[in-house]
Design a binder for this molecule. Structure first.
Ligand code: SF4
Length: 750
């Protein structure tokens, strides 16, 4: 129960925020503050500060214009402070993260009379969390500069692993960075370096956690990453992004960010978290490339052994590493024809699928793919995968021991190998460790049968009982034939959980002190149940929906014109779009045209009348941020501009006012049926007596459609039009369910 002191602090902060900004209270915002404050206020803990009660997970769907950020900060920060917990706000993108830390949060805190967000002595302290890869490693900088000047560059720099082919311009940049670091005028954060740095030039300056010598490092005091980590530890509120939180959870939690047990998470744009989690818990391995890489390890070791005559322990361990790498290489070679056989099949076999040119939301692929039915690769694959996995596990253990040995050698003042050599060897072993660990996880997945995925004979649930996707759905496993290094064909093995629910249950909900998940779209088909399933939310999660502040009926119109054909006739629909879209766009204003298929988008773009081409920006033409910049620049200059985009423009993009007066949606964004993760889950649901269309496809489409429509009205003064070029939304029964989920725009269905 929220105590009166906390309640008053939150209420006072809100009153102050409103009066500073000359705003009236918003009903939805007040409801959101109350829902979160009450939900978190009920958490019980033991003397050690561990949550003992089954509560503290608040799900809030807050319509556009609610003012979510102020609502979740005002309600969460005082409670977290009182409980001695840290708050981790996770946004959808790095850009949003920067915006929150540098602009939104300081201004909100200031207007609530809660300080500036800079340091703990001044109200609440806020810090920005980024992955290691965004920070320069001073040790690597030293190594790179030494290599460039051929000074003491060490004997163990394997140049094909740690790429470093600097131009004089890059060396000059590195020197400038070195200078700024030494003068403490730059913190080593890539994003705050005044010039843009290409990945290829930045990568040599970074290390991953396996390559980092940590407390043994000569540069530990100057280390940019560890300084940033220290700042996180001292901050009450850490602004991260979904990827970083999932990366932390995939490492066991508490590695990059504070331990989940001491954290209250806030997931903004929470509708995206299940997809992000699936990405982080999936894996892949290119066969030939891995075989070549294992061969290269052996050559590298053979080349370095003469340098280790005075350190037989290290030499022996490296020799063993080469032996196991060789055995693993051979086994992978043996497995290749087996996987090739699957991809060579043209006929379907046991329901397995060969797909080519998938027509999906994120773009078509010309790769040939084989999806294992129900994610089951069969006994033959499992058997060889088990052998490979065992060999790779041995390799992981050998490398772990080797890494520890090298680390201990660094502590020995008279070790018969130079410190610089040990550092480089340590980094090299770290590179191997990371790759072998990832590869081993993939093969382990192929070696296991999903005990719960069941067979066709498994009993089906009763009609009103949904199968437990979170804990029982199988992994998807699939093969892709694709062009590898040097233009040679290679087979990529992939594996992914099909449902993020189990991931969240084990890694987050059971462990975290509390959590808030919010977005403008969490409910689908009028209910939270699909979202709860997708995220494996416990039954005690408190779900609340609050209204946004916009009067959609007054400011927007939803039109569904009759274009004479629906997308079930793909060719006819594309032809109709080619004819209709140029007519629908007002070429003097800002428009967003959203497609579910890259193929269809390209076909429509190819046929656009030449006079409009200079006003069209097509996804893929430039990076998304550059497209947004060009679009806004054109609108600011009083010109028209239309962005033709796919999924990444359908959510998370902010085009207020004139930047978007018209959103055109080519068709209802149903998931691609042959997406391996989707199809494996769909098959499994069907097998369990569930209806994949109603339980999976339709709710997902509803969420995407709602997000796409949500691009139109971003501020209270926005007005505009959404046009859906898919009549199924009014002719089909399910279409009416989709319509009911959309913002209540005025309607034009003529
Ligand atoms: S502690 Fe790690 S990241 Fe920092 S300078 Fe040393 S090796 Fe680089």
């Amino acid at each position: 129960m929220l105590d009166s002191e906390l309640k008053e602090e939150i209420q006072q902060g809100y009153r102050q925020f409103l009066s500073s900004n000359k705003l009236n209270p918003r009903l939805g915002q007040k409801q959101m503050i109350a829902a979160i404050a009450n939900g978190l206020g009920e958490i019980e803990e033991d003397d050690a500060g561990n949550r003992t009660s089954d509560n503290g997970i608040c799900v809030v769907e807050a319509g556009t214009g609610t003012g979510k950020t102020i609502a979740y900060l005002l309600s969460t920060l005082p409670i977290a402070r009182k409980l001695g917990k840290q708050v981790v706000v996770a946004t959808g993108t790095v850009a949003l993260q920067e915006q929150l830390v540098n602009r939104d949060i300081p201004s909100l805190l200031k207007s609530a009379g809660w300080g500036s967000g800079k340091s703990s002595g001044d109200g609440y302290s806020i810090a920005l969390a980024k992955g290691r890869g965004r920070y320069l490693c001073p040790l690597r900088l030293e190594q790179c500069l030494d290599t460039a000047t051929a000074k003491d560059s060490g004997a163990f720099l394997f140049d094909d692993e740690i790429t470093f082919n600097p131009t004089s311009h890059i060396i000059a940049s590195y020197r400038a960075m070195d200078k700024e670091l030494k003068q403490e005028s730059w913190a080593g954060d890539r994003d705050s370096w005044p010039e843009s740095i290409d990945d290829v030039d930045w990568q040599p300056l970074t290390v991953d956690r396996r390559q980092c010598t940590g407390r043994r490092c000569r540069y530990i005091r100057e280390c940019c990453f560890f300084k940033a980590r220290d700042e996180l530890e001292e901050s009450e509120c850490i602004v991260a992004n979904h990827d970083l939180v999932m990366a932390d959870l995939a490492l066991g939690g508490g590695v990059i960010l504070p331990a989940p047990e001491n954290t209250i998470y806030i997931f903004d744009e929470g509708h995206r978290i299940s997809a992000t989690a699936l990405n982080h818990f999936s894996g892949q391995c290119r066969l030939k490339s891995t075989i070549n890489w294992l061969g290269r390890i052996q050559k590298q070791i053979a080349g370095q052994l003469p340098l280790l005559v005075n350190t037989p322990d290290l030499a022996n361990r490296l020799e063993k590493t080469a032996d196991v790498a060789s055995a693993s290489e051979k086994l992978l070679g043996v497995s290749y024809p087996l996987f090739e056989k699957f991809l060579d099949q043209n006929d379907t076999d046991n329901g397995a699928r060969e797909t080519r040119g998938a027509n999906n939301f994120s773009g078509p692929s010309d790769d040939i793919r084989w999806v294992f039915p129900r994610g089951d690769p069969g006994d033959e694959v499992r058997e060889i995968a088990e052998h490979i996995s065992e060999h790779l596990s041995t390799l992981v253990s050998l490398l772990d021991t080797l890494s520890n040995q090298i680390g201990e050698a660094m502590d020995e003042p008279h070790y018969p190998l130079l410190r610089v050599d040990l550092e480089q060897l340590f980094q090299q072993v770290g590179v191997w460790q990371s790759r072998v660990e990832d590869t081993q996880r993939l093969w382990q997945s192929y070696s296991q049968s999903d005990a719960h995925s069941g067979s066709k004979n498994d009993s089906k649930g009763s009609s009103d009982e949904k199968p437990n996707r979170a804990t029982k759905s199988p992994n998807a496993r699939w093969l892709t034939l694709e062009e590898g290094a040097g233009g040679n064909m290679d087979i990529r093995l992939s594996a992914s959980p099909t449902d993020a629910g189990g991931i969240f249950q084990a890694n987050l909900w059971q462990r975290c002190f509390g959590a808030v998940i919010t977005s403008a779209t969490l409910r689908t088909l009028g209910s939270f149940s699909n979202f709860q399933q997708r995220c494996g939310l416990p039954e005690y999660a408190q779900c609340t929906a609050v209204e946004g502040a916009f009067d959609f009926a007054r400011v927007g119109v939803l039109a569904v014109p009759d274009i004479g054909v629906d997308p079930s006739d793909a060719r006819g629909h594309t032809d109709a779009l080619i004819e209709k879209i140029p007519e629908l766009i007002d070429w003097n204003e800002g428009s967003l045209v959203l497609f579910s298929s890259k193929r269809q988008m390209d076909l429509v773009c190819e046929q656009l009348p030449a006079e409009y081409l200079d006003r069209v920006l097509v996804q893929g033409q430039w990076g998304n941020q550059e497209i947004v910049r060009r679009h806004k620049e054109a609108i600011d200059q009083g010109d028209g501009s239309a962005i033709f985009g796919l999924a990444s423009f359908a959510e998370g993009m902010d085009f207020p006012g004139d930047y978007c007066r018209h959103v055109i949606i080519a068709k209802i964004p149903f998931a691609v049926p042959d997406d391996p993760v989707y199809s494996t889950l769909s098959e499994w649901l069907e097998q369990k007596g569930s209806n994949p269309f109603m339980d999976l496809m339709l709710p997902d489409a509803s969420l995407r459609l709602h997000q796409a429509c949500g691009r139109l009205i971003r501020t209270e003064t926005d007005t505009g039009r959404v046009t859906i070029l898919d009549r199924r939304i009014i002719t089909k029964r399910y279409g009416k369910q989709l319509l009911a989920d959309l913002p209540p725009f005025g309607r034009d269905f003529s």
